[in-house]
Design a protein around this ligand. Structure first.
Ligand code: SF4
Length: 462
């Protein structure tokens, strides 16, 4: 299958996480638990879903376009096929390789030599390096392959006898180890453990490779150590607020961002309203620190989902109304502090400010829970080219004018670090990856000039 999957035409001004992974080893309900785990990780990728299980004799793969519920929820027939006690699943939003059905993960291979690429995804490149490795044992082959690539990844691999989880040496993306009835689990976030009643054991550490077999769990550190650079944007937007990420509750971090923002950029106003849903915790924090009332001035329609129609240009601008509608009674005649997580191209921000003003707000003061996004991400997040980012093209005052707000302020980078529990950003060796705000990329962009937006993971090999 090589058809292009449908796009989401009304939602093109947001950042998209690349993927979520979930794997479990040694549980009689492995397939069904993986379906549930992926449900909880749906926010990390809505384009496609895939699960592979192993029944002791053979691998069974189910890969589908669309949401987990669409693929595995309605009749359950696909989930029932996933027999066996070990399973691995993936939800995807394409960043490398494009939206082709053949790129849906997990990817499966018999480890023979030779290299015929069936997809355009960077993950397949790793499978080929594993296949071509001269080592005999699969763990050695995987280590050999990963030593040849460079980039940000949290990988989970399933073989007939092992479930393996590994994080890149900088630990850019999250990966946690959990346990249910003695069966080990890897998941992108703790919310995937909660949904199945599993226990959180610990985070897989940066540069760590963890191997689960029927005899237990073994940890390896096969890579040259690097300074930890976890993605700070996970706290702002990507991770689910009920997840614990690197020991920090995401909801609390977002509220603290709002508190910092209120201290850094106060304004005389009548109320604080979030752009739902991602602006809600920061708006709560802003309201608490400023003493202003928190109100739901914009209501989000949760049932829009992915819109598979291709809109004509005359109605494309209605997209924002599909998702958000102003609560006119609350807004009329009021001075409003509007809180959102980020500004990307600025097109949605402009429409939302306009919508709130049209609903009767007297003043609109826009507060952003992240520093200006001035650079593209090359580590697993789908961002526009730098030139399309509003903050790259304009000063804050020009941005304010563009989105027609009465005032505009972003949290400072130190304020964001404080919200995650750090005293301030260490300018010499930042504690996080914050490259989309600072341009300080922790992993060399050796092939960033290529047509793909993401690094190919093949920097040293291709
Ligand atoms: Fe996260 Fe930004 Fe770094 Fe990408 S560039 S990993 S979004 S902080």
């Amino acid at each position: 299958m090589t058809e292009k999957l449908a796009e989401t035409p009304f939602d093109d001004d947001a950042l998209h996480e690349e993927c979520g992974v979930f794997g479990i080893f040694g549980h009689p309900d492995a397939g069904a638990l993986t379906v549930l785990g992926l449900h909880a990780l749906q926010h990390r990728g809505q384009e496609s879903v895939g699960i592979v299980s192993y029944d002791g004799m053979q691998f069974i793969a189910e890969r589908h376009a669309g949401l987990v519920g669409d693929a595995f929820g309605k009749t359950g027939q696909h989930a029932q096929k996933l027999k066996g006690t070990q399973a691995l699943g993936h939800v995807r939003y394409s960043t490398t390789g494009g939206s082709f059905a053949r790129n849906i993960q997990p990817m499966y291979a018999d480890l023979a030599g030779g290299a015929i690429f069936q997809s355009t995804s960077d993950t397949e490149a790793i499978i080929h390096l594993v296949a071509r490795s001269g080592y005999r044992q699969v763990v050695d082959r995987l280590i050999d392959a990963l030593k040849q690539v460079e980039g940000a990844y949290s990988l989970v691999a399933l073989t007939a006898k092992k479930l393996i989880g590994v994080r890149d040496p900088w630990g850019v993306r999250p990966l946690v180890l959990g346990e249910l009835d003695g069966a080990p689990i890897f998941a992108s976030e703790t919310c995937a453990l909660d949904i199945i009643g599993a226990n959180y054991v610990r985070d897989v550490e940066a540069g760590e490779l963890v191997v689960c077999t029927k005899d237990g769990i073994e940890s390896f550190r096969p890579f040259a150590p690097q300074p930890k650079r976890f993605c700070i944007f996970e706290y702002v937007y990507f991770a689910r607020p009920d997840s614990m990420v690197e020991g920090v509750n995401v909801y609390e971090a977002r509220k603290r961002i709002g508190e910092e923002l209120a201290m850094e950029a106060p304004v005389a106003a009548d109320m604080v309203i979030p752009v739902p849903d991602s602006g809600v915790p920061a708006a709560l924090g802003y309201a608490a620190a400023s003493g202003l009332p928190f109100e739901l001035g914009i209501i989000r329609n949760h049932y829009v989902g992915r819109t598979f129609i291709e809109p004509s240009d005359p109605i494309r601008h209605l997209g924002v109304r599909l998702k958000h509608n102003p609560n006119r009674e609350k807004l009329r005649g009021k001075r409003v502090v509007l809180v959102d997580d980020s500004i990307v191209r600025g097109t949605t921000s402009k429409k939302i400010v306009e919508m709130v003003r049209d609903a009767g707000a007297k003043e609109v003061h826009f507060r952003i829970a992240s520093p200006p996004t001035t650079h593209s991400c090359f580590y697993g997040v789908d961002t526009p080219n730098k030139d399309e980012l509003l903050a790259h093209r304009m000063s804050i005052e020009e941005m304010r004018e563009y989105i027609c707000a009465d005032s505009l302020a972003f949290i400072s980078i130190d304020g964001l670090y404080r919200a995650t529990g750090e005293a301030k950003r260490n300018a010499k060796l930042p504690q996080f990856c914050d490259a989309c705000f600072s341009g300080d990329y922790p992993i060399d962009l050796t092939d960033a000039g290529r047509s793909d937006k993401q690094l190919s993971l093949l920097a040293e090999v291709a």
